[in-house]
Design a binder for this molecule. Structure first.
Ligand code: HEM
Length: 646
């Protein structure tokens, strides 16, 4: 049942799961030109380092080491003393590192690097009054994903702290007041920093890594493409694709004589890929039922994007890396396959262009449109003349941004629901009452607040991505937030920031019982007087009484930011949530899902999203829509305490 492609993906991701996932932190970041002394020959540190290479102690070199050469040295072998002297500094550093790391070499080296680099490499990025959480590499190694390590330091050091690793310092933000400042109040003072560097070779100048000028132009073009008629048409498509998954699972159950064990994470990835292909460029990957070179290429590129965001050194930027390193050569080949596919689709769309202004496009009769995709809209829009390359970047960005993320929401929602019998029973009753066994419509989604809250709650507990990345373009002062320095925190140009969505969503200062899956919380007010009025708390009327259908950053005053917030907020948030709601309704009403392994065995691994370490193996049995909950896990009890680190 679990397709080979997904097995390959899993093998690759679990191979990387044991590696310190803090590698985003550890990647040497391109220095900010004006403030960081680059690795030039004039650097005193490098000058010192250059010593041994030009060392007079190299055997066979004439002149100053003549005394050494008088010793008998077998020809072709280096002089042992020379070798000893050559390596002595290195050994001394290792010994010192062992002492500094209290026996842990990796931690020690990190500390030594930090000490040596102070004043040499570290840019003046301010933040001098920010509490420092001294990171040890060992804290990030092993099974613990990066975002979990950041949580422990948050509890110890507060909502704004600095993490120092080697020559780099990162400011980790877990306070809604500070997050609101960065994402909304002073949004244009920040770009995507390290993330843009990683994604640029894949997404070019798509919205996520784009420079500010390109971003403004493309955001203005892309946003109107997500309109009411588009969503209505998409909901129909979500249902058609979900039906394919239903058919596939039914066939598996029939083959298994009444039940089947299925990796639901893989199934949701296939469903997500088919949906995003059709929605964004009207291309049917057909990945629920088949495999193709394009699908393989998409997974290859996704895997590489993940590898790059979790690897220490950006070796792929080196000349010829894409020729000499097999995985980089494969990446180039995969990218070529996808680019050719996208170029063809763009050409077809251009060949059939019917130019109209945005309003006329939004009023097209979507019920009769053969191609309701975003690409059609972007090509047909009058006044916008994006190049083919720009269109391709836009499509690639949305393909990557909208695929794994939505699949992960469904995966973790299922994980939470099957462990929470009370929520499961409630949600099934709602689905049966609202849509029964017919195809869900947009109106049906509006009539299922509890299902929507369940999906929101799963995004709270398992945010995708768990960390947002920013770099300050100019100096700024971060506000104090809860119990922070009343003077705020001045930071300099080039400061790198991690907004920890995981910490915000699991913060004991922002949520009651943050580790408990309890969708009901989204119907209750929550506030914390300790913020002294700086944080407005969670207000459900801003969701139900407002235009929004799902809990969001406005209702929670930036405590709940699964789609970011402010100017750079996700453009696909409604698309994704409608997709997840339709798929969840159609699958839950047809099948009873139970974990086929203990919850702790599911495991978490960080990539661009939180995925499982070992798949989401579930035993599936048929359920009659409108019938019983099919729950076999005991009587409805209290809300489930879903393990934070499964
Ligand atoms: C549940 C699914 C999704 C989640 C959790 C999600 C999450 C996010 C987040 C957190 C951001 C902001 C990143 C930042 O501020 O650094 C973002 C941006 C973005 N997302 Fe999504 N996303 C999802 C689905 C989608 C879909 C379906 C699409 C496209 C159809 C999409 C397209 C984008 C784009 C283009 C941006 C960049 C926006 C900009 O910078 O202007 N996302 N997403």
């Amino acid at each position: 049942m679990q397709c080979q492609l997904h097995q390959q993906r899993r093998a690759a991701s679990s191979a990387s799961a044991g590696r310190p996932t803090a590698t985003v932190l550890l990647r040497p970041v391109r220095p900010v030109a004006s403030t960081v002394p680059g690795p030039s020959a004039s650097s005193p540190l490098l000058a010192r380092r250059a010593g041994p290479t030009a060392s007079p102690l190299r055997p066979g070199q004439p002149g100053r080491n003549a005394g050494l050469r008088s010793r008998v040295v077998p020809q072709g072998l280096p002089d042992p003393l020379a070798v000893g002297l050559f390596f002595a500094p290195g050994l001394a550093i290792l010994a010192y590192a062992l002492v500094r790391g209290k026996g842990n070499l990796t931690d020690g080296l990190s500390r030594v690097l930090t000490e040596v680099s102070q004043g040499y490499f570290q840019p003046d990025v301010g933040g001098k009054n920010i509490p420092v959480a001294e990171g040890e590499l060992s804290d990030l190694a092993g099974d613990q994903p990066l975002f979990k390590a950041l949580y422990q330091w948050f509890i110890e050091s507060g909502g704004v702290y600095k993490l120092v690793f080697g020559p780099k310092a990162f400011i980790v933000v877990s306070d809604p007041v500070v997050v609101r400042h960065i994402l909304k109040e002073n949004a244009f003072n920040y770009d995507k920093g390290v993330l843009a560097e990683i994604l640029e070779p894949i997404m070019g100048t798509g919205l996520i890594p784009a420079d500010l000028e390109t971003w403004k132009v493309r955001r203005r073009a892309v946003v109107p493409a997500f309109h009411k008629q588009f969503y209505e048409s998409m909901v129909g498509m979500f249902a058609r694709c979900s039906q394919r998954s239903v058919d596939k699972l039914e066939a598996a159950i029939a083959a298994g004589k009444g039940s089947a064990v299925v990796d639901m994470e893989s199934e949701f990835l296939s469903l997500g890929l088919d949906i995003i292909g059709l929605g964004v460029f009207n291309f049917d990957f057909g990945s629920i039922t088949s495999e193709s070179p394009v699908i393989k290429a998409v997974y290859g590129v996704l895997k590489e994007a993940e590898h790059r965001s979790t690897f220490y050194l950006p070796y792929w930027n080196l000349p010829l890396a894409d020729v000499l390193v097999p995985r980089q050569a494969k990446f180039r080949a995969d990218l070529k396959v996808i680019n050719e596919c996208l170029d063809n689709l763009i050409k077809q769309a251009r060949d059939t262009r019917v130019e109209e202004d945005a309003e006329a496009l939004q009023n097209r009769d979507y019920s009769n449109l053969k191609d309701p995709s975003l690409l059609r809209f972007l090509v047909d829009m009058r006044g916008e003349e994006p190049t083919n390359k720009q269109l391709r970047d836009d499509l690639m960005t949305m393909l990557i941004a909208g695929h794994e993320t939505t699949a992960a929401v469904l995966t973790w929602a299922m994980f939470c629901l099957v462990q929470s019998p009370e929520s499961e029973a409630k949600v099934l009753a709602e689905i049966d009452a609202v849509c029964g066994d017919r195809t869900p419509t947009l109106e049906d989604l509006k009539a299922m607040p509890y299902l929507r809250a369940c999906l929101g709650e799963s995004l709270r507990m398992y945010p995708q991505p768990p960390i947002l990345i920013r770099r300050a373009l100019e100096a700024d002062t971060l506000p104090a937030g809860l119990r922070g320095d009343p003077a705020g925190y001045p930071i300099g140009k080039g400061a790198d920031l991690f907004i920890s969505v995981w910490n915000l969503h699991r913060s004991p200062y922002l949520w009651k019982d943050p580790d408990t899956f309890r969708p009901e919380r989204f119907f209750e007010n929550f506030s914390n007087p300790d913020f002294g009025g700086k944080w407005a708390g969670y207000r459900p009327d801003a969701v139900t009484g407002g235009a929004a259908l799902y809990p969001n950053e406005v209702a929670s005053d930036f405590a709940f930011i699964p789609f970011g917030g402010g100017a750079r907020k996700c453009v696909g948030d409604q698309f994704a949530m409608f997709e997840a709601t339709v798929a969840a309704a159609m699958l839950l009403r047809r099948f009873t899902f139970r974990l086929a392994v203990p919850a702790e065995k599911v495991g978490m691994a960080t990539g661009a999203t939180i995925h499982t370490a070992n798949g989401m193996m579930m035993r599936i049995t048929p359920r009659t829509p409108g019938g019983s909950s099919g729950s076999s896990s005991g009587a409805p009890g209290a809300a489930a305490k879903v393990p934070a680190a499964v």
